[in-house]
Write a protein that binds this ligand. Sequence first.
Ligand SMILES: *Cc1c(COP(=O)(O)O)cnc(C)c1O
Length: 386
Amino acid sequence: MSLNINSLLIHGGTDGDEATGAVNVPVYQTSTYKQDGLGETRGWEYSRTGNPTRDALEKLIADLEHGKYGLAFASGLAAINTVLSLFKSGDKLVVSDNIYGGTFRILDNVFKNFGITYEIVDTSDLEKVEAAIDEDVKAVYVESPANPLLTVTDIAAVAEIAHKHNKLLIVDNTFLTPYLQRPLSLGSDIVIHSGTKYLGGHSDTISGFVVVNDKELADRLYYLQNAIGGVLAPWDSFLMIRGIKTLGVRMDRHVDNAKKIAQWLSKSGYASRIYYPGLPEDPGYEVQKKQADGPGAMISFVLDSNYDYRKFFKNLKLITLAESLGGVESLVCHPASMTHAAIPAEIRQEVGIVDELIRFSVGIEDADDLIADLEQAIKTSKKEAV
Ligand SMILES: *Cc1c(COP(=O)(O)O)cnc(C)c1O
């Protein structure tokens, strides 16, 4: 029976425990498994290689992404590390120009040392993507919407360009989750997630995922997952399954709140620039609407120069200043000094990650309370007239 996403969130992957009838997959907190004789296993050997709790979660994320093969990792970056390990010295990647700071860091400070290079491109501009592809390029790496400027890339169009040249398309789908966007169905070859964010949803577990459809690619990735060893632990796998069950109801509220707040902000005069693909005036609005079931709940804005952003962060009462995003509670961050500090200042300025930029992960609290907190924090941060 083919199930819709709201049913898959509850019953996808391995639904319950076959052996006992427990409605939840148990935490198989074990590192190894008894072998009945030499070479006679019951399907499990060692928990880096395979663990039933992690396996249930890996099947679940594959189902949600409309993919065939899922892999769970100890963090989003462990997932990214494993995917980047598909490449070898001399290979090059074309990468979106505003991506998660840690993705930039691992490319620039780890894989570059192994001779794997990258070129940063505005992937929302298809001509620039096409122009950047040469013989050395092996893959295009896209975040859409991207972090922190919510730039939307046309995934199907970039997939077409990549495939025309025989390159892979990798999409980081963290900001929308499979509830709102399924990159494999749009032509992407590899989907990556930081499960730490919306999938877990409660700001209590670090995790990462990779999903693919191609058997050969899956075999290489399973090999690398076991060889590198950055796997998700059984208890954390359980917490992720638990979090994912409520993804649909959470995302609906996240998106409703974000739309309301973005509309308020755009009328308020407090922001000189708003980045949110759910606003009809946003340059990514049409593509986002075509390829996703909603714009997500990340809003970035540039605080008007009449207000002091340092004071704004201090004056918030309900909304928390913290790294991360996608949890039930609202968080704000200062990309220039926090999440994107690893990106050199001149590249930050060039792409628009200015000092007054504020990134807001809209939680599922009452939208009017969130607006009231933003308004009081902005009003009380007004600069003194000189
Ligand atoms: C957080 C994040 C990552 C890294 O994930 P971790 O779980 O923190 O390792 C990668 N991509 C995006 C878009 C993220 O937001």
